[in-house]
Structure formats: C-alpha cells, structure tokens
Design a protein around this ligand. Structure first.
Ligand code: ATP
Length: 271
C-alpha cells in the first residue's frame, strides 16, 4: 500500500467536508452512504472519482451493524443527501452502501431500505473491509476497523478477505470509561475524547481499552501469517493507538492520517 497516495486521497475528501466542489455538466456521480454505530457519512465523488462533497452526522441509530432506529436513520440520510444536493446544485439519485462482514441478507436489506427511504436507489451492498480496501488497495495483511461499537478484524490474502471477526469493543467504550473517570455525561465524554489537545491527558485512562482491542487482534491474526496491520475507523483517530498495537503485536502497524474516512470513501468508490 502506498500510504502517501492514501493520505492524499483522504485529505482531498477532508477538504470537501468544509467546501463542496463543483459538479460538471451531466457528470455521473459516485455516492456512498456509510451507516455507522456513531457516524453516518455520505460521500460524493465525481466521474473520475475526485472528491466533491462529504457530509456526516453523529447519531446512534445503528447498533452492532443492525438498524435500531429505522426512521431516525432514514431522516439522517435524507438530511445529509439534502445538504449535499444543496451545495452541489444537483440531485443524488443512487448510492452504494456497505455492511459489516457476516451481516444477514435481511439485515443488509434493512440498511438498503434506509437509503431507499431517503430516495436513493442502492446500487451495491459490499462488506465494510472490502470497501475500505478500495482505498487501501492491499493484497495481504489485516485491516483492523475500530468504529463506535466494535473492533473488526479482516485478514486479506491476495486482495481477498479470507477471515473476519468482530468483537464488541469500540469508541463508545472509550467514552464510557472517560465518563466514569471524570463523572461527566457520555455526550461530554464523546466531545473531550475527540479534542486533540486533550489526547495526552486522556490516553492513559483509555489505554486499557486499546490494550483489550490489541489482544482481540492478536488472537485473530495468530497462526494466520499476518505481518502488517492497517488501522481504520474513527476510534483510531486517537494519537498513540498505533503504538499500543505495534507493541502488542510486534509487527508493522500502518495508520492513515484520517482513519475515519477510509471506509466511507471506499463505499463511494464501490458505486
Ligand atoms: P461502527 O463501525 O462500529 O458501526 P461507525 O461506522 O460509526 O461505527 P466510525 O465512524 O469509524 O464508526 O468511528 C466512530 C467512532 O470514532 C466513535 O466512537 C467516535 O467517538 C470515534 N471518533 C471519531 N473521531 C475521533 C477522534 N478524533 N478521536 C477519538 N475518537 C474519535
């Protein structure tokens, strides 16, 4: 994997969070909707896959990959679509989505109905690690996705997913630990967790949770001939995560500059 290319690609999408780019006349768009435990992200790429817009919202409408608040999820997607359409001056008619590996057909369809409920045709449903690999473009190694609710481990061999595991340990657990430690509400803990100025103070408090996540990954990669781990997912935004993993696993750990955006961009690329 060329980390420079990956970081450049992500940085270009990051820019469109603040400032949408122009759509060319009759341009075919690639749209992705990532329905997550913590964030729902809508990414729009142009015909040539250049980033045009990225809209996101924090909401707890999905749990363990399942839609737990259908109406809430539909409203969020509709809102993100409307925001993107307004700034792009065009309508979004279709989108790709992704679900955690192992999601049943029925549960995958519920994800699709959320997006269709927001008036977009669902063009493809991929699994999240495969979507992430649209951006990473790795052949061999483990993609570790630490989102809001879970730590997902996907082992790739020759560009294909050959083993997956998903364990309930994610960013929500970090926030709960911080809320307990400081005696503050969960929402406030979520906010301080994301403050880069606080990272040094907070890290020792949440480190045991990262140690547990690293143990999960260690167990999954054992005996599977993995010599490199790629970190994606919003929880990996926290500085220092990569060191905990590297120490525990004793192999190379690669983290893109903005791990949260890897899967959302990959989903749009799948459209
Ligand atoms: P899942 O993959 O479990 O369904 P998701 O898709 O919502 O959840 P992501 O969007 O990858 O997951 O990550 C969300 C998590 O990342 C949340 O717990 C959020 O608090 C955390 N997060 C986001 N930004 C930061 C940050 N700067 N520092 C630490 N954690 C962050």
């Amino acid at each position: 994997m060329d980390i420079k290319r990956v970081n450049k690609e992500i940085a270009e999408v990051e820019k469109t969070i603040r400032r949408t780019r122009k759509v060319r006349a009759n341009e075919k768009l690639h749209v992705g909707v990532d329905l997550g435990t913590a964030y729902t992200v809508l990414t729009v790429l142009g015909e040539d896959f250049r980033p045009l817009a990225c809209k996101m919202e924090f909401a707890q409408v999905i749990r363990d990959g399942l839609v737990v608040d259908f109406l809430g999820a539909k409203e969020i997607v509709a809102r993100l679509k409307e925001k993107a359409e307004k700034s792009l001056h065009t309508s979004l008619t279709h989108a790709a989505i992704a679900v955690p590996p192992g999601t049943s057909k029925a549960d995958s369809m519920t994800h699709a109905y959320v997006v269709e409920g927001a008036n977009m045709e669902v063009t493809s449903i991929s699994d999240e690690p495969t979507a992430a690999n649209e951006v990473l473009q790795i052949q061999d190694g483990a993609v570790v996705d630490i989102g809001g609710g879970t730590t997902g481990v996907s082992i790739f061999k020759a560009g294909e997913v050959v083993h997956v595991a998903d364990e309930p340990s994610g960013g929500t657990h970090l926030s709960l630990v911080l809320a307990g430690n400081y005696g503050i509400p969960f929402e406030e803990a979520e906010q301080i967790k994301k403050d880069p100025k606080k990272a040094k103070e907070l890290f020792p408090i949440v480190r045991p949770v990262f140690d547990k996540m690293a143990t999960i990954v260690e167990k999954e990669i054992q005996g599977r001939d993995v010599d490199i781990v790629y970190l994606v997912g919003g929880t990996c935004m926290m500085p220092g995560v990569e060191d905990v993993f590297e120490k525990r696993l004793g192999i190379k750990v690669v983290k893109p500059d903005n791990p949260l955006l890897v899967t959302p961009i990959g989903i749009a690329k799948s459209d």
